[in-house]
Design a protein around this ligand. Structure first.
Ligand code: 13P
Ligand code: SF4
Length: 336
């Protein structure tokens, strides 16, 4: 149940933007938002970023409350890194198909079946799966982290088979892939993309590595949300085809109003299937209620938090390039 449903009451007539600003000050709260959030939420956030940036902000903030406008695994990451803070997620049902694809008991069995492999896990997974992993990666840090792992070290990569497949093709590493997908990036249509490219032959394509290979193969740039934004800024020309969740286009249009950004199409060329249904659960109303009631809150046992923190700390160190060579390739989490 959402915070709005639980507390009830009409919010009609409230100036939500003003009320959120008031509560943000009263609560000493920081509002963190992912690029896939609705434009109005991005516009009022204290910080908008990709998964790695948001983790770093959550770790560094001196606010008492983090209102996380993103999905549950992101808010959980904030809590793992900043346990003394209250972390609220406007809608606790804001999950992720990648997280759902990887139940911890099945992942644990998979690890146990491959005792000579370390587990490199995409941040889009539950705290339990993080606790079972050696190193977490985001789309913006995966290549850098992979390059620091000895070439002869066997690796399990989960839960995103498309990101794992992209990394394997790009780096030549042979990794065992967990078969999860992002339902949003999976829905892009190659046929429709090719039609769009034919209509805009001058426009490059930027794709997120959560896209399947048949989409990534047509991209001029492949990278995380923040990487795609940087590419939009520096690319030659003034039109870009964007193969990721379309709410990111809001940031592009704000920063580069003279350029044209075209969302890559889904199956029938005209569906809303590339809007993340989980991200879309967060609304201004629910954010207001979350700041007012400090609910719904992310909670977890200290044992789980500490176990999950090891693989996240390893990500933050390796993404910053601060891990000593002697540490590399050793499993962080003792294998069962
Ligand atoms: P990044 O913002 O880290 O590229 O991740 C994209 C995503 O799908 C988050 O769920
Ligand atoms: Fe998960 Fe895909 Fe939504 Fe990102 S866009 S939160 S990977 S379902």
């Amino acid at each position: 149940m959402t915070a709005l449903g639980k507390t009830g009451g009409s919010l009609a007539g409230l100036d939500l933007r003003a009320e959120i600003d008031r509560l943000r000050k009263d609560r000493n709260a920081v509002i963190l938002a992912h690029y896939y959030q609705k434009a109005e939420i991005q516009d009022l956030a204290d910080f908008v970023g990709d998964s790695l940036d948001l983790s770093r902000k959550a770790q560094a903030t001196d606010a008492d409350v983090i209102a996380f406008c993103g999905v549950r695994f992101m808010a959980e990451t904030a809590k793992i890194l900043s346990p003394e803070k209250i972390v609220v997620l406007p809608d606790m049902d804001a999950g992720c198909s990648l997280e759902d694809s990887c139940p911890p008991d099945k992942f644990k069995a998979f690890r146990e079946a491959h005792p000579d492999h370390i587990a490199l896990s995409y941040i889009n997974c539950s705290a339990e799966v993080k606790a079972l992993s050696d190193i977490i990666v985001t789309s913006s840090s995966a290549e850098k982290i992979l390059s620091q792992i000895p070439k002869d070290q066997k690796i399990i990569f989960g839960p995103d088979k498309h990101l794992g497949g992209y990394l394997a093709r790009k780096t030549g590493r042979d990794m065992l892939l967990w078969p999860g997908v992002c339902i949003v990036h999976e829905a892009f249509s190659e046929t429709e993309l090719l039609k769009l490219k034919a209509q805009h032959p001058e426009a490059p394509v930027a794709a997120h590595p959560e896209c399947p290979a048949h989409i990534v193969d047509h991209a001029d740039y492949v990278g995380s949300t923040s990487g795609i934004l940087d590419f939009a800024n520096t690319m030659p020309g003034d039109t870009l085809i964007v193969a990721t969740e379309p709410h990111i286009i809001h940031q592009m249009e704000k920063a580069m109003p003279h350029k044209t950004f075209i969302g890559a199409p889904g199956a029938d060329g005209n569906c809303n299937c590339n809007i993340c249904p989980y991200m879309a659960l967060n609304t201004m109303e629910k954010l207001y209620v979350a700041l007012r009631d400090l609910q719904p809150r992310i909670e977890m046992s200290e044992d789980l938090r500490l176990a999950a923190k090891k693989s996240l700390d390893r990500m933050l160190e390796m993404a910053a390039g601060t891990v000593g060579q002697g540490d590399l390739g050793k499993p962080v989490v003792a294998r069962a």
